[in-house]
Design a protein around this ligand. Structure first.
Ligand code: PNS
Length: 188
């Protein structure tokens, strides 16, 4: 028997949200369906989510900050409860500036835990008012990362189930020229 895909359950207006606003911070280079899933799950708990895109020139991103922000805005254009901004400097300072106590981070696997644990406690040390809220994406995205998506796409793989269409189009525009075709399977 195959397991049914896990989608967020429909909203239940009879269940009160626990908080008004949370920040969902990351590099989002580019945003994947795993990130989208976390935002949708988050909106079942928080009234508003502020997606905070890190300006990370050192990381040499594939998409500029402006491009990453624009893509996420477009993807959530039908959801006025999702705001998108870029930030630089400390995340806890951005949270304080936006009067937000909760920072969401997605946890995919145990391998994420150590880094996330360190980051959450360091953030708490910098500002004890800010809490990290871990959320797990749907199982079908638990292997997914922006870095792997870019690599697979550049090598000719199929990412259509892994990123929103807009992102796939932009990956094609950015990497299409240098994209390597897959080696065709031999018949028989
Ligand atoms: O998607 P990523 O790259 O894993 O996101 C990492 C992010 C943006 C959450 C983290 O690098 C961050 O918060 N950077 C801002 C600078 C900062 O506050 N650093 C101290 C974190 S302990």
């Amino acid at each position: 028997m195959t397991a049914k895909p896990q989608r967020p359950a429909p909203p239940r207006p009879d269940l009160a949200p626990v908080a008004k606003q949370a920040i969902y911070a990351g590099s989002f280079d580019p945003i994947t369906n795993g990130h989208v899933d976390i935002v949708k799950r988050g909106l079942r708990i928080f009234d508003r989510i502020l997606v905070a895109v890190l300006e990370n020139p050192k990381k040499d991103p594939l998409f500029t900050t402006k491009e990453r922000v624009a893509m996420i805005r477009e993807i959530f254009s039908g959801r006025p409860e999702v705001e998108v901004q870029s930030f630089h400097g400390l995340l806890v300072d951005f949270a304080e500036k936006n009067r937000t106590r909760v920072v969401i981070r997605g946890l995919r696997a145990i391998s994420d835990f150590e880094y996330e644990f360190q980051m959450a406690l360091m953030n708490r040390k910098q500002n004890p008012e800010v809490e990290t809220f871990f959320m797990m994406p749907s199982l079908r995205y638990s292997f997914l990362s922006s870095a792997l998506t870019k690599e697979v796409f550049a090598l000719g793989g199929n990412v259509s189930d892994l990123v929103p269409r807009l992102v796939e189009r932009n990956l094609r525009a950015r990497l299409g020229g240098q994209r390597r075709g897959r080696i065709p399977k031999k018949a028989g």
